[in-house]
Design a protein around this ligand. Structure first.
Ligand code: GDP
Ligand code: MG
Length: 440
């Protein structure tokens, strides 16, 4: 019996034909072409071999075939001539459009959303990611189930009459799908509770989360900053699960650095909903590192997509450092200062060569200090041995000097610990003085 949700959409090495419709006034020519380039990268990531593209310029989309009928026939010819296995549209198709197109081109026809869902399905590793992807796919497939059984209705049952074998099968499948959705939601809510709890617990520590368009170098940067050994690949969505490592800053402060999934233009809403828990890492972060790829011709648009996605998932307005990556590929005549100014004090780095990473760490540390620490000038008589020991254990000593039995220190200390120190000093230590130098 056919599965209600086919597990794989694109088989390895399948020959793919891409189709894009350019509707004047809706997108610019540049955006249209960039989107097709990205579709090609996505198809490649899914394992297909892209053989060619068919584009059409229209004033509005065709309700029956999305493209015009003539174009649909041309696609059919193209498919036959080039042994195409699968046709991939760069647009969301209605179930009826898919059915009509498949009848004409005699090949499997999928849209961008299905392709992205397929990639996520193939890349999911943890139980949580797998359940999240299955749920997203079922929610995408549910309104499309009718189409899967329409051939039965046509050939074996009477069209339009309820109760034909196609209709019965459809009802069965639909009920099975709803049951599965409920089951997935139940399992996920259990796991998600744990994920949210973990993310909240971590929020006692300073958490830094990498965000950015897919393939900009987030995982490479994570590795460079923490030697984490996160899977890096020059393909889209190499990372589906959040990975967290400790990042030690200059004065010994410990932060948690988390690598997350990359964002992409037109990320299917079903996926954003299903990955809500994974994205908790982004919502609970104290600081975001927004990584962008300097060498990408459409870097600015990618940055906008990421900013919009952050709004969509409820994580906008957080302290953010813009990180412009892949500086090693930047031509030497590019004005770096101008770049930094244009992107609000961005850091220019190369995760590959290490260039700029020290400055980036300093910027992270500055943010850590601003949110969590204060700088104190402390004066202790050397007789306060116990107190001095406590200070060495709980604060970073920036400088110190001893004269006439007096120890003068410049300290960096967590705000709650500064309160504790202050109350300890008030408990009968003569000659101790604390002066707050910087309490931003
Ligand atoms: P992610 O999707 O954002 O996690 O990106 P990855 O870390 O997987 O990297 C995507 C591709 O960009 C890989 O081929 C990396 O080797 C490459 N890459 C990452 N950082 C740099 C860099 O600083 N310079 C250059 N030249 N390539 C980089
Ligand atoms: Mg990655």
């Amino acid at each position: 019996m056919p599965q209600a949700t086919p597990i794989k959409v694109v088989e390895p090495r399948q020959r793919a034909l891409l189709v894009g419709v350019f509707v004047d006034g809706v997108t610019t020519k540049g955006e249209f072409e960039a989107s097709l380039d990205e579709l090609e990268a996505l198809a490649d990531t899914a394992g297909a071999v892209v053989i060619g593209r068919v584009v059409q310029k229209r004033r509005e989309i065709d309700p029956t075939f999305y493209v015009g009928r003539g174009k649909a026939e041309q696609i059919a010819e193209e498919c036959a001539r080039n042994n195409i296995d699968i046709v991939i549209f760069d647009h969301e198709l209605s179930p009826a459009q898919v059915r009509n197109l498949e009848q004409v081109v005699k090949r499997r026809v999928i849209d961008r959303t299905e392709l992205i869902l397929d990639i996520f399905a193939k890349r999911a590793r943890t139980k949580q990611a797998k359940l999240q992807v299955e749920l997203a796919r079922l929610e995408y497939e549910l309104p499309r189930l009718r189409h899967m059984w329409s051939h039965l209705s046509r050939t074996e049952g009477s069209p339009g009459v309820r109760g034909g074998p196609g209709e019965q099968q459809l009802e069965l499948d639909r009920r099975r799908a709803y049951r599965r959705v409920a089951e997935l939601q139940r399992q996920l809510s259990e796991i998600n509770k744990r994920t949210e709890m973990r993310a909240k617990k971590r929020s006692e520590m300073f958490t830094v989360t990498l965000v950015g368009y897919t393939n900009v170098g987030k995982s490479t940067l994570m590795n460079a900053l923490t030697k984490a050994g996160v899977y890096v690949e020059g393909r889209l969505f190499a990372t589906l699960d959040a990975t967290t490592r400790v990042l030690i800053l200059k004065h010994g402060q410990k932060a948690l650095l988390t690598d997350t999934i990359g964002f992409i233009n037109k990320l299917p809403p079903q996926l954003i909903a299903s990955f809500h828990a994974t994205l908790a890492e982004v919502r609970h972060a104290d600081l975001l590192l927004h990584v962008a790829d300097l060498t990408h011709p459409r870097m600015e648009e990618q940055i906008k997509v990421v900013e919009q996605t952050l709004i969509d998932i409820g994580a906008s307005g957080k302290p953010t450092i813009m990180v412009l990556n892949k500086a090693d590929l930047l031509p030497p005549d590019v004005d770096r200062d101008a770049l930094k100014r244009r992107f609000e004090n961005a850091c220019i780095v190369s995760a590959l060569t290490g260039e700029g990473l020290e400055e980036l760490k300093e910027r992270v540390e500055a943010e850590y200090r601003k949110q969590r620490q204060i700088e104190i000038e402390a004066i202790f008589p050397l007789s306060c041995g116990w107190l001095i020991k406590w200070v060495y254990e709980h604060a970073s000593v920036l400088s110190e000097e001893v004269s006439n039995g007096i120890l003068r220190m410049s300290l960096l200390i967590e705000k709650p610990l500064a309160m504790k120190l202050s109350s300890m000093c008030n408990d009968g230590y003569n000659g101790v003085r604390l002066i707050i130098k910087d309490a931003s």
